[in-house]
Design a protein around this ligand. Structure first.
Ligand SMILES: [Zn+2]
Ligand SMILES: [Zn+2]
Length: 257
């Protein structure tokens, strides 16, 4: 086994970094910069302004402003309809600066992101609000597909209940968000997108993934159609209880009743 960067032999059992089908020895790992997206200590890292380094494997695999995003996501509309969701046929995609995208989702003061993981730990890289799908710059195609599915499901629910987005702490919000999160998680599982599947299992923290685990467990014994029926049967009464009046403080408002 040889190091991808310096070509020196890596002895059996010695520490090495492994990704993209290549191994990198410890000295190279410690001395090289690392890719913002995948953390690989690439050989040809390029500095992307305002982001960080990008490796030769991620370059070309990331989606950008010139890409037809509808063409990438449209093949998954049939998947979404299995879960009872109407596709949004002419979605409005808005490339959004990282800090602004984070502030849409959390008011917590978080440390500056070093890698994309630091962002994904607390926020979605695709976020639906008020008619637009806000996008993080430099996403891989698989990340866009999986998170796009989460947010298309979220957008459909938000529209049905007359909301801008699914942000909120009430039982209505956590159930709706958990469902959308699970629909994307299930897609990652079926597509074999292991990285996204593992990330969605634990992130975003701070309650972003809502009651995801409830649906993950339910999927072992219920069909998508029955799960979707369960969702709506539960969301409707929760909406009546929690979405009336002030949309800012549904919990405080109902907590005393
Ligand atoms: Zn090396
Ligand atoms: Zn990379």
């Amino acid at each position: 086994m040889h190091c991808y960067i310096c070509r020196n032999a890596i002895e059996d059992g010695a520490f090495h970094y492994n990704d993209h089908g290549f191994q990198v020895c410890k000295p190279c790992f410690l001395n090289s910069g690392r890719c913002f997206i995948c953390r690989f200590p690439g050989k040809k890292l390029v500095e992307v302004p305002g982001l960080g380094l990008e490796c030769e494997f991620c370059r070309g695999n990331v989606i950008g402003q010139g890409d037809d995003l509808v063409e990438i996501i449209a093949p998954f509309f049939a998947y979404l309809s299995q879960f009872g969701h109407q596709p949004i046929l002419h979605p409005d995609f808005a490339w959004t600066e990282r800090t602004a995208l984070r502030e849409m989702q959390t008011a917590e003061s978080l440390r500056q992101e070093e890698f994309i993981d630091d962002f994904l730990r607390y926020c979605y890289p695709v976020y639906y609000r008020a008619g637009a799908f806000h996008l993080l710059y430099r996403m891989t195609k698989s990340m866009f597909v999986v998170h796009g599915i989460v947010q298309f499901a979220a957008a459909d629910l938000a529209r049905r209940f007359g909301l801008d987005d699914l942000a909120g702490r009430s039982p209505f919000h956590t159930l709706a968000r958990g469902w959308a999160h699970w629909v994307g998680f299930e897609a990652a599982k079926r597509l074999g997108y292991d990285l996204e599947r593992r990330q969605l299992r634990k992130w975003p923290e701070l309650g972003g993934q809502g009651e995801f685990q409830r649906f993950e467990k339910m999927a072992y014994f219920k069909k998508p159609k029955d799960m979707s029926a369960f969702l709506m049967a539960n969301l409707n009464p929760l909406a009546r209880k929690h979405l009336t009046g002030s949309d800012d403080l549904p919990l405080a408002k109902n907590g005393t009743s």
